[in-house]
Write a protein that binds this ligand. Structure first.
Ligand code: HEM
Length: 125
């Protein structure tokens, strides 16, 4: 029944992986974001695929390999300003468009990411 569905049912693993790969392509070219990310984003993308799978109600792939996400704590080494949070979200919005993510899932997912991104802000400009 529809009640058994988790949000993860609305995006395939393949689509989620396409989204994350496109997202980090955009991040690596964004002037506000590129400087705080590693040059090689392979491992970052791999972890993000694991994290977003569990974020959307799928299997806890991130936690199994890395422990509790504690995302805000893990972001503390990086100065996350309001400008960078906006930039992160704009890359995500663009990536969602580029891989043709469909509403209503797109809006649901983007709203949750907006909430999380704002929670990561740890430094003023
Ligand atoms: C890791 C930046 C928001 C999930 C990272 C890293 C940076 C970063 C620089 C380290 C990359 C590396 O060393 O591999 C940012 C910025 C954000 C943001 C500027 C703007 C608000 C988010 C959000 C999420 C997220 C909203 C989740 C929805 C992750 C995950 C990792 C990560 C899962 C890997 C953590 C690990 O090393 O295990 N982020 N992030 N980030 N970020 Fe973000």
């Amino acid at each position: 029944s529809t009640n058994d569905r988790t949000p993860n049912d609305h995006i395939s693993e393949e689509k989620l992986h396409q989204l994350v790969d496109r997202f980090y392509e955009l991040v690596s070219n964004h002037p506000d974001l590129a400087p705080i990310f590693p040059d090689d984003l392979t491992e970052t993308a791999r972890k993000q695929k694991q994290f977003l799978t569990q974020f959307l109600g799928g299997p806890p792939l991130y936690t199994e390999e890395h422990g509790h996400p504690m995302l805000r704590a893990r972001h503390m080494p990086f100065p996350i300003t309001p400008t960078r949070a906006k930039a992160w979200l704009s890359c995500m919005e663009q990536a969602m468009e580029d891989v043709n993510l469909q509403d209503p899932f797109k809006t649901y997912f983007f709203n949750r990411l907006t909430y999380t991104a704002n929670h990561m802000i740890n430094t003023q400009e």
